[in-house]
Structure formats: structure tokens, C-alpha cells
Design a protein around this ligand. Sequence first.
Ligand SMILES: [Zn+2]
Length: 132
Amino acid sequence: MHEWALAEAILTSAKEIAEKEKLKEVTEVTIRIGELQQVEAGILRFAISQMKPPIFKKAKFRILKAKTTLKCRVCETTWEFNLKKLDKNTAEAIHFVPEVAHTYVKCPKCASPDFEIVNGRGVWLENIKGAK
Ligand SMILES: [Zn+2]
């Protein structure tokens, strides 16, 4: 699964940052996953624990979910989209295919279905803490 590739990418970037910051060891790594992104946090955590280089020996990996923010292309209103407010089938459809969101979600101000996903997709490193 792609969690392993993701774990490798996260560790590679985190290691680069740690080296740039001249950290001798990393104590905490915060990873943020967009809620529309299909990632199993448990598998990701396991993959990280199996692959991590020695610099992360004592590091605590925090895996957090990021909320979804949408922006209307017509009136530029931005709003936070809450997956939990949708019925289960819709939420699942959106989870698997973010593009489906356009069928179900409309701008709260002008009702346009033409919006972009500003936040909620992708995976990124939010923070790295360590000792120099
Ligand atoms: Zn609008």
C-alpha cells in the first residue's frame, strides 16, 4: 500500500530538515494528513516504526488530521467543510474520490458548485522537534 511509500517520503524529508537544523536527534515529528486523503494512520505509523533511521530512535511521531477548507471560485468565500455532517455514503464517496465533492457541496453564500479544495488533500510535515 502507499502508506509505505508515504512513510519513506516523510522520513526522507524529516531527515533532511533535521540535518539542515543540525539536530543530533529528533524527539518529535508532527505529520498532518488531509481528511480527504486516503491514508491509514495505523499502517503509516507501523511503516514509519519499521523504516526509521537512527536519528529518529527516540522520536515520537504524531499523526494528525487536517480539516478540509473549500474556496468558492465565484465569490471567493472560504468555508470549512465537515465530512461528519454528510450522510455516511456521501462521506465515503468523497473520501475515495475528492472530485465527487463537487456534486454534493455548494458554496454557502452563492450556492455555486464551482470551488477548489484549499486544504484537506495531501500529507505534510508540520513540525519537527529535536536536540542539537
Ligand atoms: Zn460563492
